[in-house]
Design a protein. Structure first.
Length: 254
């Protein structure tokens, strides 16, 4: 395992194709402030260019995932890089391991990931409207796409706190586990993903992410184009060879 600090605010560990990004500011409840926001953005920019990283796990130290922006801010400071956009831009699949509260922009950060695992005590919320603010971090756009306009409107206008059970039922969470199992379950899921073809994973993520923004015909065309591109890769050739030889494929990301 290689471990490196992007900053005191974020710890990055890389092992066997899996990068673990840990928000390491429990004293601030991992608020996306002028320390954590740049550190997380910088870490994501580095990982995006690392061909040896096939899957990213985003978790947090302390009792909460992230309480969003500092309490005295209604929006991300213009001088800070956008950490939610940085996570969303990662080409690798991103698994979020969420315990405690993911609130406001912290909720937005969770939605920028591809797969979310919540603990039984986790909760997602956006109380911005009750404070005379507009929810940010992509919440007004990603949440309706995931749970529908009616539910999203109720959550954002009323500040409804979404518990783990509802998050699972509404499709916001892939799994709900006891707090003690969160790290192990996220790691196991990441290992499963990392064992698969990294190029195929990236293409699948791209196709799914763009699905709701494209007319159906254009989306199907994108799906086909990505399929054709995948056929030109060494990974695809080894996958076929492995199937015929009845062995595990040796994916190289090429």
């Amino acid at each position: 395992m290689t471990a490196r600090r992007a900053d005191a605010a974020v710890v990055v560990r890389v092992e066997a194709g899996v990068a673990r990004l840990t928000l390491a500011r429990p004293a601030t409840r991992n608020r996306l402030d002028d320390t954590l926001a740049p550190a997380l953005s910088a870490a994501c920019e580095t990982l995006a260019l690392d061909d040896g990283v096939h899957v990213v796990v985003l978790d947090a130290a302390g009792k909460d995932f992230s309480l969003g922006l500092p309490a005295d801010r209604g929006w991300l400071d213009a001088a800070w890089p956008d950490p939610v956009a940085a996570v969303a831009a990662l080409p690798q699949p991103v698994v979020a391991a969420i315990d405690g509260e993911a609130r406001g922009w912290g909720f937005g950060l969770a939605l920028a990931c591809d797969v979310r695992i919540l603990t039984t005590r986790a909760a997602l919320s956006a109380p911005d409207a009750s404070q005379g603010r507009l929810a940010g971090g992509g919440l007004t756009q990603r949440l309706p796409r995931m749970i529908g306009v009616s539910r999203a409107a109720a959550c954002l206008l009323l500040g409804t706190r979404i518990g783990a059970r509802d998050a699972l039922a509404w499709g916001l969470a892939a799994e709900v586990v006891p707090p003690a199992r969160l790290g192990a379950r996220a790691a196991a899921l990441a290992r499963t993903l990392a064992a698969r073809g990294p190029i195929a994973l990236r293409y699948a993520k791209e196709a799914v992410r763009r699905a709701l923004d494209l007319p159906l015909e254009d989306g199907v065309r994108l799906e086909h184009d990505l399929y054709v591109l995948l056929q030109t890769t060494a990974d695809r050739r080894d996958g076929i060879a492995a199937f015929h030889a009845r062995r595990k494929p040796r994916f190289s990301g090429r």
